[in-house]
Write a protein that binds this ligand. Structure first.
Ligand code: BTN
Length: 265
């Protein structure tokens, strides 16, 4: 698989030597964090066929069976402050839409902030994390991405069968995982080049792909559930929501559900 992925990369891709393939791993994000602390270079990529401890946001597990998905993490070392990377997940999400479009022939949408979706189904998710230097600058950023590639409906557990999807279910044809993985590497490399300088362009592209905008949403924070309308995504990647009392807030934390998706009615 490693050779197949390499064969799809352009000769100009600069990080071939920092690409590591695993048949099985606990979590590509967890392993890459250890490698980052030991000095792994900018551009290091880990890809696994399956994960035994894949996880998403809020400590949720991310099912990572072998032979059907891509479990991917990339290490970046931008020289900046943490506040300069508020848009990192947005930038990664747009890069993933570019990669899927290039390799599978359709463009998914983004459910704010970090879900790749098509129709009502989640195709994948993104988990970003930062490490800091003793002076509070960014030491490393890890972008972890899981994408369902080849599953058919029956492959998903009954509890998620109505809300999960894969690239092959949308493309209605076989998906070449090596091609998708290479497209992800290329798209994230391109994204890294403009990450600090092209923030506004990245956020405009994100808004265009974000299916949450204009929709009714519910926002869950602890025991509190509030309903509202998603208006925009601001310059930091926060979701701007109008609530029924007319107040408008930029929300950055909490679980956002979109009416009509994932069972939220
Ligand atoms: C989410 O849906 O909340 C994010 C899921 C992120 C999963 C990916 S798979 C590769 C990397 N390793 C992990 O343990 N998580 C991320």
């Amino acid at each position: 698989m490693k050779q197949e992925i390499l064969s799809h990369l352009s000769p100009r891709y600069p990080w071939q030597d920092s690409f590591h393939w695993f048949d099985e791993i606990d979590s590509t994000n967890d392993r890459l964090r250890l490698m980052a602390r030991q000095g792994a270079p900018h551009g290091t990529v880990l890809i696994a066929d399956r994960q035994t401890g894949g996880h998403g946001r809020r400590g949720r597990s991310f099912l990572s069976p072998g032979g059907v998905g891509i479990y991917f993490s990339i290490l970046l070392r931008p020289d900046c402050l943490p506040m300069d990377l508020m848009h990192l997940t947005c930038a990664a999400a747009v890069a993933m839409c570019d990669a899927v479009q290039a390799a599978a022939g359709f463009r998914p949408g983004i459910k704010w902030t970090n879900d790749l979706v098509y129709g009502k189904r989640k195709l994948g998710g993104i988990l970003t994390e930062l490490g800091f230097t003793p002076t509070g600058r960014v030491d490393y950023a890890i972008i972890g991405i899981g994408i369902n590639c080849c599953q058919q409906l029956a492959d998903f557990d009954p509890e998620i069968r109505d809300i999960a999807g894969s690239l092959s279910m949308v493309a209605e044809g076989p998906i070449d995982r090596a091609k998708v993985a290479a497209a992800m590497m290329e798209a994230l490399h391109r994204m890294s080049l403009g990450l600090l300088r092209e923030k506004e362009a990245i956020l405009s592209a994100y808004r265009a792909d974000c299916i949450t905008l204009g929709r009714e949403i519910s926002l869950v924070r602890g025991d509190e559930i509030r309903h509202g309308t998603a208006l925009s995504v601001d310059a930091e990647g926060a979701l701007v929501v109008r609530f029924p009392d007319g107040s408008v807030e930029a929300v950055n934390s909490g679980e956002v559900s979109v009416r009509g998706m994932y069972g939220y009615i």
